[in-house]
Write a protein that binds this ligand. Sequence first.
Ligand code: 9MR
Length: 392
Amino acid sequence: MADNFLLNRRDVLKLGLGTLTGMGAVAFAKNVSLQQQIQSDDHLTRNFNTSGKGTLKERAAAKGLIYGAAIRYPDLSSDSLLAAAVAKECGMLVPEWELKWSAGKQALRPNKDNFDFRAADWMANFANSHNLLFRGHTLVWHDSLPPWFKYEVNRQNAELFLTKHINKVVGHYAGRIHSWDVVNEAIALWDKRSDNFRKTPWLEYLGTDYIELAFRLAAIADPKALLVYNDYDLDYDTSKHEAKRNAVLNLLQRLKSKGTPVHALGIQAHLSGDSKSFNAQKFRAFLGQVAGLGLKIMITEMDVKDDKLPKDPQKRDQAIASAYEDYLSAALDEKAVNTVITWGLSDKYTWLSEFKPRPDRSPVRPLPLDDKMQQKLAWRAIARAFDHAPQR
Ligand code: 9MR
């Protein structure tokens, strides 16, 4: 790699340090309007009627929103029914594995020197030929690192690896990608550091400014992409989620105060269908605080776990759809929210089959379409939330 391709870390950090921009006062959230607060004790009886024939992408687009899904290359390339459903329902495609360093059956980084873009390129072409936006997940994460990583990457060369990875991967899709999850899941309160950072190889080798560095490198490699910090456990009215929301807000405030090019917060939204802890007002207030920092918000990985719900599929679907509707009606009330992505589209292909199987072994049903690509109540719940959302 040519040396002049790499800016050194000090240069990159300096690019933004000149402007210690006065942060706008954090806007406090407006109250959620009464109509938008849905009684959450009607999960078994709520009616999910929808009007019109619009697909999810059409209903979202009618409000200036984007709807998309994360899909894996092996499924998309082998299942024509899935491919047709993605093309019909989605306005955005996210590779679930293919842009991680190495995940599932895919390795973008098969070894320390090479990049294998074949699967991700196939997906980018699918997106392009079906008029879908394409989104990148994820550049910097503690998980899904290839086996060679721990032997090859160390304190001395970690910055070079990070720089080369971001330059190459972001550069490869520059101008063709809507947004990048630049840093994923960098906060872990259980690691008990006073700064709340998760203990990861990147933190160990590069110190706490690896996050800022990653955003600056990504902004240089693709000045047009929306750059996102993505995390989970931000949804519920529990002390754990409250602490995580505060830690994420602190991180975003710190990044913004240094002029770091972070443009949006990605909220994963892996929900639990049995949870009684969603509080629309508190969640909405958090979104208002994020928006007050001048950031967009994307719901990036939504699905609803059903491992603790009743076996009866109708009852289960009611509870799952209610969770979608409660959450999205609160989220979409905040106009900074511009995108909703589900982590999968059809129940036939979901990480939850493996990670959160039901104790009774009946197939999980966390997504908008069933395993035959038919619309479920969850589809209607999402459609209703788009239909009721304020115009962007
Ligand atoms: O759904 C993904 C699963 O198939 C992979 O095995 C796993 C590791 O790469 O990642 C899952 O997706 C995760 C996402 O990348 C980040 N947020 C949590 C998601 C679910 O675990």
